[in-house]
Write a protein that binds this ligand. Structure first.
Ligand code: TEU
Length: 544
């Protein structure tokens, strides 16, 4: 498999509206991001992934686009954006943008024209169906609402939306739609961006004939339908392959076999993907399940395609809260999870704030939350007669707002994020958890991320090494090897809140090891690990 820059890179995701506010309106913005590029660059990352900044009514925080070629006013101007790109490039980093083309905003001019009449020239740019028996055309749910159909009074038909009613799906079966998307992609690529993160890309093709779903709640029927890969092949042929870029697809509900169809090097579709098997299949954190997922994906893609590794982003709660320990062992746990994400096979992603161990949040009221998915679900549950408090509590752990609270820069008001009123409350733990405090400490999470990322630059085994799980049956201990040429690394991770015994696997000589990194500061590299005890959330990397 060929070696390339994006396989060796580390990506930092910026959810700009929560990153840094430069003008006091309570929203982060592009100038604020420019002002904080040192923080990102000094981590050692290579690529910045910027969540959508295009013009939008902001019903789904920019994932409902009303003008693909303009910058949302609250984020800045096209001029600020171009300054950002110049700064990112002058610092030796790259910028990838979010490509949201499964749907537009209902306020996009394309949709306004499409809904204007049944014989509008753009009617077929979206998906319109007649009622069935006086009701929705079928029983599909959307990701964000009880029905995937919205009735349009003017023309008496329903339009389809995979997400909110404010996000009508584009009809990808229509070549005019595809060509308009390709033109837009060229607009941004010709400005010099270095790639795209392709939003909800598994949803572009819809089930033939729009039949009722056996179980409308098992929303997999919206993903990976026939025709999808023809679209991606065409997108690659007409646009992607003509630029030196990286493309990462967000593909829900894919198996490794299906994932290979997206990223197989002989497929000429995308370069890599975020698969959500952890989030989709594992509602509770189960180490055995996670290890099985990792091994299946490694075997499924090995030598043929490239994976991406992440544990949190703007849609999933903060990793130290969901998969680690955000209390007594927060620092050790944050470092352990980072060690795992950066030493497993695939390109690692850092979501803003995880590099300082930011945690999930529990605000007291539904009114403190913004996430349309959460608020729609809350309204649906309460509408069915569920106790409001109970409904609210049940939605808290997986609310996307857990990851969307403002970046915690320092212990000044609003964590230094804004001089105004933040669009969403700051996590009250910002006085203890903030970048200024972390950067000042040599043993901090931020400093650990710097060391981890620097390792990746020096040791190809972290990028290209073969992977083997050596602890498959252990519910707490995750031990795996990465080997390349005559270099072998052993990664030891104790995911438990208690001590866990470890025995050096067969074939590893205790006298021939070098400690590469440890998240506990007092580990003696020379101490024997023939049989050792790993402390709660202890991580170590040894070279043999
Ligand atoms: O998310 C897509 C999405 O919601 C599903 O893929 C889901 O996240 C996955 O199955 C994991 O359970 C993208 C954006 O990341 C999100 O912020 C937007 O709200 C959504 O698309 C609509 O654009």
């Amino acid at each position: 498999m060929k070696r390339t820059w994006w396989k060796e890179a580390v990506v930092y995701q910026v959810y700009w509206r929560s990153f840094m506010d430069s003008d006091g309106d309570g929203y982060g913005d592009l100038q604020g991001l420019i002002d904080k590029l040192d923080h990102i660059q000094e981590l050692g990352v290579d690529i910045i992934w910027l969540n959508p900044v295009y013009e939008s009514p902001d019903q789904d925080n920019g994932y409902d686009i009303s003008d693909y070629n303009a910058i949302m006013a609250k984020a800045g101007t096209i001029g600020t954006w171009e300054t950002l790109l110049r700064n990112v490039h002058s610092r030796g980093m790259k910028l990838i943008m979010d490509l949201v083309v499964n749907h537009t905003s209902s306020e996009h001019p394309w949709f306004a024209e499409s809904r204007s009449s049944r014989d509008s020239a753009k009617r077929d740019w979206y998906i319109w169906k007649d009622a069935k028996d006086g009701k929705e055309p079928n029983n599909w749910r959307s990701y964000f609402s009880p029905s995937a159909w919205e009735r349009d009074e003017r023309t008496g038909q329903y339009y389809f939306h995979s997400f909110a009613a404010e996000q009508p799906d584009l009809n990808w079966a229509n070549p005019e739609v595809r060509e308009a998307v390709y033109d837009m992609m060229r607009f941004w690529l010709d400005k010099g961006i270095d790639g795209f993160r392709l939003d909800a890309i598994a949803l572009l093709a819809k089930p033939e004939g729009y039949p009722d779903a056996a179980d409308p709640h098992d929303i997999r029927y919206l993903t990976n339908n026939p025709g999808l890969h023809a679209y991606l092949k065409e997108m690659n042929e007409k646009v992607l392959r003509h630029y030196d870029i990286v493309t990462v697809g967000e593909a829900a509900f894919v198996t490794p076999e299906e994932g290979l169809k997206y990223v197989g090097e002989d497929r000429h579709e995308l370069h890599t993907l975020f698969h959500f098997e952890v989030a989709d299949e594992m509602r509770t954190w189960d180490m055995l399940r996670f290890k099985d997922i990792q091994t299946r994906w490694y075997e499924g893609l090995k030598g043929k395609g490239w994976n991406s590794q992440f544990l949190n982003n703007h849609d999933h709660t903060r990793q130290v809260t969901r998969y680690g320990n955000d209390g007594r062992y927060r620092v050790e746990s944050a470092k352990l999870l980072a060690t795992m994400v950066h030493t497993l096979p695939g390109t690692p992603y850092v979501y803003q704030g995880e590099e300082i161990g930011m945690t999930g949040v529990r605000f007291p009221s539904i009114d403190d939350y913004d996430d349309i998915a959460m608020k729609n679900r809350y309204a649906e549950e309460v509408g069915k007669g569920r106790d409001p408090r109970e409904a609210f509590e049940s939605l808290l752990p997986l609310s996307r707002d857990n990851s969307r609270t403002p970046m915690q820069w320092d212990d000044s008001p609003n964590a230094g994020f804004t001089t105004g009123t933040p669009w969403i409350k700051v996590n009250p733990n910002y006085k203890e958890i903030n970048a200024a405090r972390d950067i000042a400490r040599p043993d901090s999470i931020y400093r650990y991320y710097q060391r981890l990322i620097a390792l990746r630059k020096r040791h190809p085994v972290m990028v290209y090494g073969d992977y083997r799980d050596l602890s498959a049956g252990d519910p707490h201990l995750y031990v795996y090897s990465r080997s390349l040429d005559d270099t072998r690394w052993l990664v030891l991770l104790n995911h438990a809140d208690h001590e866990t015994p470890f025995a050096l696997p067969e074939g590893y000589s205790d006298s021939n090891k070098t400690l590469v990194l440890a998240n506990y500061a007092d580990v003696e590299g020379s101490e024997s690990i023939v049989s050792a005890t790993l402390r709660p959330h202890e991580a170590r990397i040894y070279a043999f």
